[in-house]
Design a binder for this molecule. Structure first.
Ligand code: NOJ
Length: 754
C-alpha cells in the first residue's frame, strides 16, 4: 500500500514537473504578453560590445542599453567575466530579465585555429570539418560566446574577391555539404554547454560581386541563383541552422536586407526557415548609399521584408516606433521579429540558465588543449594541396642542407589566417622553428628572409598581419638569400600572400606572387638546385611561371595555429598529401571568373584544345583551360582508375542507378585518393553545366591495393531548378564521369526513363 502511494506521488511529481515546463510557444507567448512595444523593439537591436572591430562603429554604451531593455544581443565580446557581467545586467537590471545573445566571428576555430574555410573544404572531409566546428564551438562557449557568425557559404568564382578565403569554394554540391557539416558541428542539438547557434551567411549571392571587388553590385538571373548560388544556403536551412545573416549586396536591385522575395518568399516560404535573420554590419544604414532612401524608410522596409535583427545601424531601435506610427510597419511585424529572437534564446537554453556559457573553469579545460591542437594540425596537413612534384622532389629527406627562404618563413603572425578573433601568435611556431624541430638534428636548416612581402610598403602596412614581417632593403636581402641558398642542397621557399591579403575588404586586381617575391624566386630557381614553393594564399593565385620552373609546389593556404608543424608533416612525408582543390586555379587573372561547372555556350572549345579558334568562345592570348582544375591535387603515391560501370543502362524517373569504379594505388606508399563523380544532363529545358560534382569518396589504399567505389545516382542529384525554384528532371541521356579531378575523367552514361 505504501509502495503504491509512493509511486502515485512520484507520478504526480512527473506530471507536475511536466506541466511546469512550458513549451517554447507558451513561454514566448507569456513573455511577449508582458513586453512593451519598446522592449520588443529592443530585442531587435544588436550592437558591438567592444573587444574587436569588424566594422566602423564605435563602442556603444552597452550596459546602459542592456539595463534599459534596448538590446537583444551583443557581439565581439569575449571572456566569461565580461560576458557574465553583461548577462547579469540583462537578467538583474532590465525589467524582464531577458538574457542576451552573445555573437562572435568564429570563422575557422577559436584559440585553436583551424585552416581557413577554403582550405578546410580542400580536405573533402565533412567528418573532419564537423569536428573542427565542434571544437571551435567548445572553445568559444568556454569563453562565454553563444552565437557564431559562421559558416559562410557564399559560392565564389572570382579569385580577386578576398572573401573567397572564408567559404567552401566554387561548387554548390561540395559547398552545401561543408556548410551543413559546420552547422551540425557548431549547434549539435543545442543541449550541451559546448553547442552554439550558427549563423549562415551572407544570404545571398555576396560571392558574386562584380569584378571581385568587395561590397560591389551583384546582378544575376533567378535560374542561376537557384541552381548555382542558393543550394548551400538551402542546405544550411535543411541542416537546421538557427540564424541567417543577410548580405550587403543588392539582389534584383534591392539590398538583400530589405528584399521581401529573398527573405520572405524564398527563405521562409519555399525553404521553411524558422529561425531569425540578422543584417550584416550596418546594412540597413547602407541602404541609403544603395539609393533606397532614409533610415526610417529603410528600417521599415527591412523589417517588412523579414529581417529580424539590426546589426549596428540602430535603425530598428530608433525608427520603428515612428515607422509604426506612420503606418510603414505593423505591430504584428514587430511581434514576429521579436518572437524569432526570443525563440533563438529559448533554443539555446538561455531562459533556463542565462549563465549557461559563463563557467570560468572551462577555459583551462577546453581551450587550446593538446587534443584540439592535434586535430587542427591534422586538418591543416590534410588541407594542403600538392600541385606539382617533378621527379619526386618531395618528400624531403632528413639529411643534408636545406635553405628556407621567404618573407613567410620566420613569421608567426601570418600562419593562422585571415579571421582569428582569439589569436595568440606568441604560441604558434614559425615555419623555421617547426622545420628545425622536424629535421631532428639530422639535417641543417639555414634561413634568409630574402625579400620584402611586397615592394609597396603602404600595402604591407595596410594588411594587418603584413605589419609583422620586417622590412629591409630588397637588394641586400636578396644577396643574402642567394648566398645561403647556393650552399645548400635544396631550397624551400615560403612565399605568397600575408594573411590579410585575403578576407574581408581584401580584393586583389592581380593574382601572381607579389613583385619582389617573384623576382627572388626566379633568381633562386636559376641556381639550378631543387626548389620547393610553399604557396601561402587565401585564394586561388596564379602560378603559371612557377608551374613551369619550380620543382615542387604545395598550396599551403593559411593552415591555422598549428600550420607550421603541418607544413613540415607534408614536406618530410610524415603525412602524404591528400588535399584537392575546391576552386579552379587560373593561368592568368584575365580568365577570372573561371570555374569547372560552366555552361557549354553555343560556340564551345574542347578542354585541352591548344590553339585559338576564330569565332569560338576563347581568348587570343591564353587557352580556356585553367592551370589546375577543380578537384585537382597530387599525392606521394599514384592511383589508377578502371572504366566506370553502370549497374543498369536505364533509371526510372523515381528510381536510382549505381556507378562502380575500381581504383588502385599504383605507387610505393600508402595514400588517400578522393574519387570524384560528375554528371551532365546534355539535353534539358534550359542550358545545363558541362559537368557537376555529385559525389566523392576519400579512400585510403596501401601500395598495390585496389578498391571498388560505388556511387548511387538518384533523381535528387539530377534535377535542376527553374526560375521559380521548382525542380525539374526530364527523361533522356545522362553522362557519368568519374576520376581524380574535374578534368581527367573516365565516362559512361545511362538513360532516365519515363
Ligand atoms: C561584416 C562581415 O561581412 C560579416 O561576415 C561579419 O560577420 C560581420 N561584419 C560581423 O563582424
Amino acid at each position: 500500500m505504501k509502495r503504491i502511494f509512493t509511486i502515485a506521488l512520484m507520478l504526480g511529481w512527473v506530471v507536475a514537473l511536466h506541466a511546469a515546463k512550458p513549451t517554447m510557444d507558451q513561454f514566448v507567448d507569456d513573455l511577449m504578453s508582458r513586453m512593451t512595444l519598446q522592449e520588443k523593439i529592443g530585442q531587435l537591436n544588436l550592437q558591438v560590445a567592444g573587444d574587436i572591430t569588424t566594422g566602423s562603429a564605435q563602442d556603444t554604451e552597452v550596459v546602459g542599453l542592456v539595463a534599459a531593455g534596448k538590446l537583444g544581443g551583443v557581439f565581439n565580446l569575449k571572456g566569461v567575466d565580461k560576458i557574465k557581467m553583461l548577462q547579469e545586467a540583462a537578467v538583474k537590471r532590465s525589467r524582464l530579465g531577458i538574457p542576451l545573445l552573445v555573437g562572435m566571428d568564429v570563422i575557422h576555430g577559436y584559440e585553436t585555429i583551424f585552416p581557413i574555410p577554403l582550405a578546410q573544404s580542400c580536405t573533402w572531409d565533412t567528418t573532419l570539418v564537423r569536428e573542427a566546428a565542434h571544437i571551435a564551438a567548445r572553445e568559444a562557449t568556454a569563453d562565454g560566446i553563444n552565437w557564431v557568425y559562421s559558416p559562410m557559404v557564399d559560392i565564389a568564382l572570382d579569385a580577386r574577391w578576398g572573401r573567397i578565403a572564408e567559404g567552401g569554394g566554387e561548387d554548390p554540391f561540395l559547398g552545401s555539404l561543408m556548410g551543413a557539416a559546420m552547422i551540425r558541428g557548431y549547434q549539435g542539438d543545442y543541449s550541451g554547454t559546448d553547442n552554439v547557434m550558427a549563423c549562415v551567411k551572407h544570404y545571398a549571392l555576396y560571392g558574386a560581386v562584380e569584378a571581385g571587388r568587395d561590397y560591389n553590385t551583384v546582378d544575376m538571373s533567378r535560374l542561376r541563383m537557384y541552381n548555382q548560388y542558393f543550394p548551400p544556403y538551402k542546405a544550411a536551412v535543411e541542416a537546421g541552422v538557427g540564424s541567417v545573416m543577410s548580405s550587403f549586396n543588392i539582389v534584383d536591385g534591392v539590398p538583400a536586407t530589405a528584399n521581401d522575395w529573398l527573405l520572405n518568399d524564398v527563405l521562409r516560404r519555399q525553404w521553411q526557415f524558422d529561425g531569425f535573420v540578422v543584417t550584416d554590419y550596418g546594412s540597413i544604414g547602407e541602404m541609403t548609399n544603395h539609393g533606397l532612401g532614409d533610415v526610417l524608410h529603410n528600417s521599415a522596409m527591412a523589417l517588412a521584408a523579414g529581417t529580424d535583427m539590426d546589426m549596428c545601424t540602430t535603425g530598428f531601435l530608433n525608427q520603428l516606433e515612428t515607422a509604426l506610427a506612420q503606418g510603414l510597419v505593423t505591430e504584428q511585424q514587430i511581434d514576429v521579429a521579436c518572437r524569432r529572437v526570443l525563440e533563438a534564446k529559448w533554443k539555446l537554453g538561455l531562459f533556463d540558465n542565462p549563465y549557461k556559457y559563463c563557467d570560468a573553469r572551462r577555459r583551462a579545460r577546453d581551450i587550446y588543449t593538446d587534443s584540439n591542437r592535434r586535430a587542427a594540425r591534422a586538418m591543416a596537413a590534410q588541407s594542403m594541396v600538392l600541385l606539382k612534384n617533378a621527379g619526386g622532389t618531395l618528400p624531403l629527406q632528413r639529411t643534408g642542407k636545406i635553405a628556407l627562404i621567404g618573407p613567410l618563413a620566420n613569421d608567426r603572425a601570418n600562419v593562422a589566417g585571415t579571421w582569428c578573433v582569439a589569436y595568440t601568435p606568441e604560441r604558434y611556431s614559425t615555419l623555421l622553428e617547426a622545420m628545425q624541430r622536424a629535421v631532428k638534428g639530422k639535417a641543417t636548416v639555414t634561413y634568409a628572409q630574402g625579400c620584402n612581402l611586397t615592394a609597396d610598403e603602404a600595402l604591407q602596412r595596410a594588411a594587418e598581419f603584413g605589419k609583422t614581417i620586417p622590412r629591409g632593403d630588397d637588394a641586400t636581402m636578396r644577396r643574402e638569400a642567394l648566398e645561403v641558398a647556393s650552399q645548400t642542397d635544396v631550397i624551400v621557399c615560403a612565399m605568397g600572400e600575408c594573411a590579410d591579403m585575403s578576407g574581408e575588404s581584401s580584393s586583389r586586381a592581380t593574382l601572381e606572387l607579389p613583385d619582389v617575391q617573384m623576382s627572388l624566386l626566379k633568381e633562386l630557381c636559376a641556381l639550378g638546385k631543387p626548389v620547393v614553393l610553399l604557396n601561402f594564399s587565401g585564394r586561388p593565385t596564379v602560378l603559371a611561371w612557377e608551374q613551369e620552373h619550380v620543382d615542387a609546389i604545395v598550396n599551403v593556404w593559411f593552415g591555422g595555429s598549428e600550420a607550421a608543424d603541418a607544413m613540415c608533416d607534408i614536406l618530410f612525408g610524415d603525412v602524404n598529401p591528400s588535399g584537392r582543390l575546391t576552386v579552379t586555379m587560373p593561368q592568368c587573372v584575365g580568365q577570372v571568373p573561371i570555374y569547372y561547372n560552366h555552361l557549354n555556350t553555343g560556340r564551345p572549345v574542347a578542354t585541352g584544345d591548344s590553339v585559338y579558334h576564330k569565332y569560338a568562345s576563347n581568348y587570343l592570348e591564353v587557352r580556356n583551360d585553367p592551370l589546375y582544375p577543380f578537384g585537382y591535387g597530387l599525392s606521394y603515391t599514384t592511383f589508377a582508375y578502371g572504366e566506370p560501370v553502370m549497374s543498369a543502362p536505364t533509371m526510372a524517373l523515381n528510381g536510382s542507378v549505381d556507378v562502380r569504379v575500381r581504383v588502385t594505388n599504383t605507387g610505393a606508399c600508402r595514400g588517400v585518393e578522393t574519387v570524384q563523380l560528375y554528371l551532365r544532363d546534355p539535353v534539358a529545358l534550359i542550358s545545363r553545366p558541362v559537368k557537376e560534382l555529385k559525389g566523392f569518396r576519400r579512400v585510403e589504399l596501401a601500395p598495390g591495393e585496389s578498391r571498388e567505389v560505388t556511387f548511387t545516382i538518384t533523381p535528387e542529384l539530377l534535377q535542376y531548378y527553374d526560375g521559380n525554384g521548382v525542380p525539374h528532371l526530364e527523361p533522356g541521356r545522362i553522362d557519368v564521369m568519374v576520376g581524380p579531378n574535374s578534368r581527367d575523367l573516365h565516362s559512361t552514361h545511362f538513360d532516365v526513363m519515363q
